[in-house]
Design a binder for this molecule. Sequence first.
Ligand SMILES: NC(=O)c1ccc[n+]([C@@H]2O[C@H](COP(=O)([O-])OP(=O)(O)OC[C@H]3O[C@@H](n4cnc5c(N)ncnc54)[C@H](O)[C@@H]3O)[C@@H](O)[C@H]2O)c1
Length: 358
Amino acid sequence: MTATREVLVDLGSRAYPIRIGRGLLVDPGWTGAIGSRPRLLLADATVDRLHGEPVRAALGLSEGSVFAIEPGEASKSADTAARAWAWIAERRLPRDGVIVALGGGVVGDLAGFVAATWMRGIDFVQLPTTLLAMVDSSVGGKTAINLPAGKNLVGAFHQPLAVVADLATLDTLPQRELAAGLAETLKYGAIVDPAFFAWVEDRAAALVARDDEALAGAIRASCAHKAAIVARDERETGDRALLNFGHTFGHAIEAAGGFRDLLHGEAVAIGMVLAARLSARLGLAPEADAARLETALERLGLPTRVPATMSAEDLLERMRLDKKGLSGRLRLVLWRGIGRAEIATDVPEAAIRDVLSA
Ligand SMILES: NC(=O)c1ccc[n+]([C@@H]2O[C@H](COP(=O)([O-])OP(=O)(O)OC[C@H]3O[C@@H](n4cnc5c(N)ncnc54)[C@H](O)[C@@H]3O)[C@@H](O)[C@H]2O)c1
């Protein structure tokens, strides 16, 4: 039996714990932070079917207290948020009420945004059920919905009251979704922690095979890294931006695939390889480190090459449009090698084009 791990996100009076372990949701002890306060559950419909029962029981919820959200990115919309607000209004959730989010990053971001805005902000608890949500989106307080004009354009910083990551929920997660979470896990090693990078490399097979000890260790370390970065720079005015390593390339690839062909984590995997190759081309990082990153991602079951159907010029144009680009000059997270990422504000487009077409 894997021991339960705990990581604290140290934000002073808004500090909160992340608990990681198997079977946590079956034990009603996880509801301690909520106590007897009024509560409502916002859940991914698939996850609710698979794992909702113990959560509903622990929260003492009736059928009418659960808002089931259609799975998929399309649900992270103003329309779903408006329907959730109306549903919450009917139930008269008071100022001291708590929203519980059960699902992946889509539900976490949406429910977090609804909690951030309902009565100008009420408490919420994250119960992440994808690896990506456990290692990344449930931690750090970024909440958002998408607009037709772009992803995550409307949102708020709103930290949860607690995060509970139950490894048992991952048993039903499709393999591609698991691998997508592993990309974000390896990212922490790639940007700030060479020892953790090597740790993930050594356990790649165990992680892909869903070994509990390996997964719990990887989630704990990832959360500890994210917690430390968020505690230093909650609103991304400084080095929280390092977490975007591979993401400007990744967003362009995701968008070029119509948000259907590749999962976010898969696009980020390709994006990290491109960022590493670009850094090597600019003489910042050793070629050997870029090759090592690519091999590690392949061993985690991730794609590492730009799909042949995508053109370099189209991807470059999408990168220019990405909100991380500043006034025509591309702002990217570049790399000095494994464990050493940095922000670059004036990256020559010719070098980016070369890497995209290589
Ligand atoms: N807030 C942040 O800091 C942050 C960081 C990274 C990503 N995100 C956001 O996260 C979202 C992506 O999150 P995601 O990758 O978790 O995707 P997701 O929430 O869409 O979940 C992926 C799929 O897995 C299914 N699923 C979830 N848990 C399952 C389980 N345990 N068993 C079986 N199926 C399960 C869902 O129904 C869905 O079909 C994006 O909207 C992205 O913008 C936010």
